[in-house]
Design a binder for this molecule. Structure first.
Ligand code: NAP
Length: 242
């Protein structure tokens, strides 16, 4: 069994997932860095995790693919014998007006968030229940609570994950497992690279976008014993947007 606490972070090759990997590494977690297609970026995250004073490994799997995910997660559990923290962070956008939205735009966004959550969490949860210990954080979005136009797929996925978090938290609280969500507003990552940030920041009381590190520190808190009486919660990180 690994001596360090073990954290799996989906979509940890870039953005919020990478910042979370580094933040948890600073507090001593061994980090399992999941990515889908960007291997170079995942390697860079591993380098940053090591620079932060801990260690980790890279695990390529598409969270939407149940078979691929199951094989990798079982292998990870087989070697480490435990998972202390799971951060369900992998997500994509495919914005567009609903009338113009195709099956691919709808399905890919919903599946990455919701099938991804189901595929990964189901397997990890079994180990957490056996250990009577664990913290799960899902990355939702301000769009799951107060969406903009042109994001019906993303808003549905991110509202859906909040429902799943609230329900699951009630099922597993008695096993010592906490399940929470964060709902970031506009955060500077590759996902928002095409967004007209200047126009959008006019709507944000703090008049700026957030940084991935500002989300990662809240996720780290939710995973820590400092948040030991928090479960089923959705924490907004949005510069005062609402
Ligand atoms: P990002 O920079 O685009 O990174 C997305 C990450 O998800 C990458 O590591 C990517 O892996 C991974 N990923 C995507 N599809 C995957 C799949 N099928 N299987 C495994 N990994 C997959 O995005 P981000 O801004 O950091 O977003 C992270 C999370 O925060 C998402 O859930 C997003 O919806 C949410 N969020 C973001 C914002 C924002 O303003 N940025 C606001 C609210 C919520 P590859 O590198 O291999 O492609």
């Amino acid at each position: 069994m690994s001596e360090k606490k073990v954290a799996i972070i989906t979509g940890a090759s870039r953005g919020i997932g990478r910042a979370t990997a580094v933040e948890l590494a600073k507090t001593g977690y061994f980090i399992v860095i999941n990515y889908n297609s960007n291997e170079e970026a995942a390697k860079e995250t591993l380098k940053l995790v090591r620079e932060a004073g801990s260690d980790g490994e890279i695990a390529q799997f598409d969270v939407v693919n149940a078979e691929q995910t199951s094989k990798k997660i079982k292998d990870i559990i087989g070697r480490h014998k435990k998972i202390d923290v799971l951060v369900n962070n992998a997500g994509i956008t495919a914005d567009g007006l609903f009338m113009m939205m195709g099956d691919e735009e709808w399905n890919s966004v919903i599946d990455t968030t919701l099938k991804g959550f189901f595929n990964v969490t189901k397997l990890v949860l079994r180990e957490m229940v056996k250990a009577r210990n664990g913290a799960i954080v899902c990355v939702s979005s301000a769009s799951g609570i107060m969406p903009n136009r042109g994001q019906a797929n993303y808003a549905a996925a991110k509202a859906g994950i909040i429902g799943a978090v609230r329900s699951l938290s009630k099922e597993v609280a008695r096993f010592g497992i906490r399940v929470n969500a964060v709902a970031p507003g506009l955060i500077e990552t590759e996902m928002t690279a095409g967004t007209p940030v200047a126009a959008m920041t006019k709507m944000i009381p703090m008049e700026r976008a957030g940084k991935p590190e500002e989300v990662a520190s809240v996720i780290r808190f939710l995973c820590s014993p400092e948040a030991s009486y928090m479960t089923g919660q959705v924490v907004g990180i949005n510069g005062g947007l609402f």
